[in-house]
Design a protein around this ligand. Sequence first.
Ligand code: HEC
Ligand code: HEC
Length: 221
Amino acid sequence: MIRLCLSVAVLGLMLTTRALAAPSSSVAWTTETVALIRSGNPVTGKQLSYGCAGCHGTEGLGVSPAYPHIAGQDAFYLFKQLQDFKDGSRDNPQMTGIVASLSERDMADIAAYYAAMQGAAPVRGSSHSAVVDLVSRGQGSRMIPACSGCHGTGGKGNSGYYGMPVLAGQKAVYISIALRQYRAGDRANDVYSVMRAIAENLTDNEITVLGKYYATQDPRQ
Ligand code: HEC
Ligand code: HEC
């Protein structure tokens, strides 16, 4: 009996340690993965993407506020998200089933297809200087780094950082959903918790205005 209790305890400990040590993503930017994504074939990607149009549109533009635009998105970022949805690192019931049968090669082809499409036209609107300041300078006292340091000026992306998403022109509602998910820890596929650590310090109002700010930025300029 003692032995049984002990093994149950050890098992529990192992599972806890495993859960704590679980990596946020299984995608590593190895030479092979980078080469695979660079060799993605957009023509095959197009053939594989018919099932995506119902939600992401025929032009890669999300058809409802919670469906993100994926046209013009960074190919490395797209590949990583598809892989993360497939292995459960990123949890979304609508995406999980869709990606289940995709191979890594398929994902690289799909990523090449959407990355080459034109990004969304920005929505109209002006931004308050406080959000521009937050985006371009951050706020050191609250441990919030400048968003543009990683996501590029106006959120246009950053090819020097593998897997960095373009935020410019993205739907405001979707961006706010993503930031809330990071803040609550419901989205945890960001390596080194980079976005969870930042979102933790954002207020509800900041999350809303950040979404609106990026939606007004033009990804195509
Ligand atoms: C039934 C609707 C639906 C279909 C069909 C669908 N998606 Fe999605 N997709 C979503 C939703 C909703 C999200 C946002 C998930 C979230 O909030 O975490 C999403 C997110 C994504 C993302 C992450 C975008 C980002 O900015 O992080 C990618 C990439 C993506 N989908 C690609 C695809 C591809 C490729 C297909 C087809 C093979 C597809 N989707 C089919 C609904 C759908
Ligand atoms: C240290 C670099 C870094 C900084 C600074 C940073 N981000 Fe991020 N952000 C990332 C990375 C990396 C990802 C992709 C995580 C993943 O793989 O899912 C990301 C993802 C996101 C996403 C999800 C995009 C999508 O399509 O789902 C949003 C929204 C976002 N960041 C907003 C912000 C905002 C707003 C700020 C400033 C307050 C900010 N980020 C600052 C690195 C950064």
